[in-house]
Write a protein that binds this ligand. Structure first.
Ligand code: 9YT
Length: 130
């Protein structure tokens, strides 16, 4: 059994800040926990727009607090995000994530992240190399 707290993890390198300044993510559970997924608490800062295209990962995102929207590039659909909303990127959906009020999100990635990943120029994380 593994027990961690958000408060402690925030002070370690589990807390990853995006180079573009749009978000920070506290990666509470990673690949080396051998769970088959990783689990993060992410803050998306108000007033930001982030292009995301997880070509090599699936992600499920649950909104705990804040307010924003997601726009899927393929069809231009816009979905509001508010507390209680979950969105599931089951098709590696390319999208824009916009935050109007700081959003706190719980995020699950499959395959799990290693811990140090930041978005590349396409808004992806590189695939795990095993
Ligand atoms: C919702 C989303 O994907 N935000 C970007 C950060 C990501 N959640 C992460 O790396 O934890």
């Amino acid at each position: 059994m593994i027990v961690r707290t958000l408060q402690e993890a925030l002070k370690t390198d589990r807390c990853k800040k995006a180079a573009n300044g749009n978000w920070q993510s506290v990666r509470l559970s990673l690949k080396d926990d051998n769970m088959g997924f990783s689990f993060h608490i992410t803050t998306i800062y108000a007033g930001t727009e982030t292009h995301i295209w997880y070509k090599y990962h699936l992600e499920t995102v649950y909104c705990i607090s804040g307010e924003g929207e997601i726009e899927t590039v393929a069809d231009g659909k816009v979905y509001p995000i508010k507390p209680g909303t979950v969105y599931i990127l089951d098709k590696h959906d390319e999208h824009y994530l916009r935050s109007f009020k700081d959003m706190e999100l719980a995020c699950v990635f499959n395959p799990p992240l290693r811990g140090d990943e930041d978005h590349d120029e396409d808004g992806a994380y590189r695939p795990a190399e095993d």
